[in-house]
Design a protein around this ligand. Structure first.
Ligand SMILES: [Zn+2]
Ligand SMILES: [Zn+2]
Length: 247
């Protein structure tokens, strides 16, 4: 590696968050909350208005009910979902910078946002669990963003973090044409609890962390698995939530 690039890499990992906007990359004042520039901050659709009482997604202003269309039509296995913002172009950039540009330090800021979001809720839970990824994907990407976020988040919330009890045993093939029921079964088979660590979660309430919530299929599959081994309540917290994306 050239010395210049190495220096850039080093400085990036030491104090990047207070210099660049986590969304557009513009230079910002260190004191900006969540390291977002003024413009990006204004464009973020924070989930601090009317949200679905089941999944936590932002509801449109003309929605007369307190539940989203998806939750009206589908049974969800998790108890409640929470999110920080709606998945739009600005929010997408942050996820992209973290996941594909590998700016892993963003997980810390995302965790802070999620921590502040949960300060508004009064749910009681015992353990923080990240949505696991398959070991092949982990090898390819080098990290699991949900795990990085969950680790910082758990520290901020002063709760135990557990990345052992739930594992992903199958990578789901998104190109396969499956009907909704087949897709559901496919996802349920993709996760497993580790027999050795089940004792840590039995009879407990858990908060599952992911970067994105879409249709709730992943959250449902995980909730079913966790409840099968005696987990009492499963809550789901994502950084962003959106309707029609495929993860
Ligand atoms: Zn910005
Ligand atoms: Zn909903």
């Amino acid at each position: 590696m050239e010395p210049k690039r190495m220096w850039e890499k080093l400085t990036e990992s030491i104090f990047p968050s207070s210099i660049y906007c986590i969304c557009c990359g513009n230079i910002i004042d260190e004191s900006r909350p969540y390291a977002l520039c003024n413009d990006c901050m204004e464009h973020f659709r924070w989930a601090n208005e009317k949200t679905c009482i089941k999944c936590g997604k932002l509801l449109s202003e003309n929605n007369m009910r307190d539940i989203c269309h998806n939750c009206q039509e589908n049974i969800h296995y998790f108890d409640r979902g929470f999110t920080c913002a709606q998945y739009g172009i600005y929010e997408k950039r942050v996820i992209f910078n973290l996941k594909y540009k590998k700016k892993t330090y963003l997980s810390k800021i995302i965790a802070e946002i999620m921590h502040d979001r949960m300060l508004l809720e009064e749910i009681k839970y015992d353990i923080v669990i990240p949505v696991p990824i398959h070991r092949k994907r982990l090898k390819k990407r080098g990290f699991n963003q949900a795990e990085l976020i969950a680790k910082y988040f758990a520290k901020l919330q002063n709760k135990p973090f557990n990345n052992k009890c739930l594992v992903r045993v199958k990578q789901t093939d998104l190109s396969k044409k499956l009907n909704p029921e087949e897709r559901r079964l496919n996802l349920v088979e993709a996760f497993k609890t580790s027999k050795y660590d089940e004792g840590d979660i039995e009879g407990r309430n858990v908060l599952v962390i992911d970067d994105i919530y879409t249709t709730g299929a992943t959250a449902d599959a995980i909730s079913q698995i966790l409840k099968n081994v005696g987990v009492k309540k499963v809550y789901f917290l994502s950084f962003v939530a959106g309707g029609d994306l495929i993860k």
